[in-house]
Design a protein around this ligand. Structure first.
Ligand SMILES: CC(C)(COP(=O)([O-])OP(=O)([O-])OC[C@H]1O[C@@H](n2cnc3c(N)ncnc32)[C@H](O)[C@@H]1OP(=O)([O-])[O-])[C@@H](O)C(=O)NCCC(=O)NCCSC(=O)C[C@@](C)(O)CC(=O)[O-]
Length: 301
């Protein structure tokens, strides 16, 4: 398989990156982060989620954030919607894309969305139907595609099973998510291979957390299979509230640097991206999680 010439990156920092922050992050900071990401050339940004504020208090300002973003033409703004209640609330804020999120692990499905895998599909089906009827693109996230914090290793067949269920209800694209970052290249490839039994290569993305420092290697392994769409998080922000100890997604800066070095186009300005990451890191009062940003900021000084 030849490597893709162009990669599409969805920055999930404003949502996945910030959802687990213990301190309240003001909506104005989230909005400014989205503005800085789009200024850096990001064309796909996962902004927020319409979930229960009791479960994820940090995303309770979803409406304020979505309505505060000054949209740029050509940028797609996505949001998470776990059920019809969330979808209906999101509709008023005009997302371009919604994300239904399931898991390859039963235990994680229960902990994260309070239902079994089968029940989650029943909940998603009317959401998918309603979104598609309105011309809103539907992405599905498949958590724990390699490992689960409660069940341990997850067999590729279980990822394939979930992908088949997602396909069956009309989800247009699926992301293979290594939620707790335990994956290594061959295991990630096996999870993607199982997904490709149900989805076209153009409808599959990678979403790799960097907890064990494997995310860039896993990205390269997926690239070698021709996967050209990835979720990443500026400054490596993040973690899932229902996956204890899991760190953020692979840093967008690190992925962009790697791709640029390989001659693969992303349309993203690395300098401006580093500024966006420095902004949010400063607001959170911590160092960036990006190795590339750390190195290039030191070089600037
Ligand atoms: C899914 C539910 C809502 C089910 O939660 P539930 O308790 O089973 O839902 P329910 O229908 O029984 O409703 C219970 C209460 O929640 C309210 N409610 C119900 N739905 C909504 C909604 N959409 N928005 C706002 N409120 C809602 C509802 O109105 C009611 O309120 P009450 O009467 O008690 O005051 C809950 O489990 C939840 O919100 N979970 C949050 C899960 C989450 O956000 N996890 C993090 C994102 S996933 C992730 O990060 C992984 C990913 C995608 O990045 C990929 C990866 O790396 O793996």
């Amino acid at each position: 398989m030849t490597l893709p010439l162009r990669v599409k990156i969805t920055d999930v920092g404003p949502r996945d990156g910030l959802q687990n922050e213990k301190q309240p992050v003001p909506a104005a900071v989230k909005i400014e982060l989205v503005h800085r990401l789009q200024a850096a050339g990001l064309k796909d940004i996962e902004v927020t989620s319409y979930v229960s504020p009791k479960w994820v208090p940090q995303m309770a300002d979803n409406h304020e954030v979505m309505s505060g973003v000054q949209r740029q033409p050509g940028v797609r703004y996505s949001v998470l919607t776990p059920n019809l209640k969330g979808f209906e609330a999101a509709l008023a804020d005009r997302p371009d894309e919604i994300v239904v999120f399931g898991a390859a692990s039963e235990a994680f499905s229960q902990k994260n969305i309070n239902c079994s895998i089968a029940e989650s599909i029943e909940r998603f089906a009317p959401v998918v139907e309603a979104a598609r009827a309105k011309g809103i693109y539907v992405r599905g996230a498949m958590s724990c595609a390699v490992g689960c914090p409660y069940e341990g290793e997850i067999a590729p067949e279980r990822v394939g099973y979930l992908a088949g269920l997602m396909k069956g209800i009309g989800v247009q694209h699926v992301g293979v998510a290594d939620t707790i970052g335990v994956g290594t290249p061959r295991k990630v490839q096996a999870a993607i291979e199982a997904t490709l039994q149900h989805y076209d290569l153009n409808d599959v993305s990678g979403h790799f957390h960097d907890t064990y420092g494997q995310a860039l290697a896993n990205t390269l392994a997926a690239l070698e299979m021709g996967v050209w769409q990835y979720d990443t998080s500026v400054a490596g922000l993040g973690g899932c509230p229902y996956a204890k100890g899991a760190t953020g997604n692979v840093a967008t800066e690190d992925v962009v640097y790697m791709l640029q070095g390989m001659g693969i186009e992303t349309g993203i300005d690395l300098d401006q991206l580093i500024d966006a990451g420095a902004y949010v890191s400063e607001q959170l009062g911590r160092k960036t999680g990006s190795r590339v940003a750390t190195a290039l900021i030191a070089k600037r000084a």
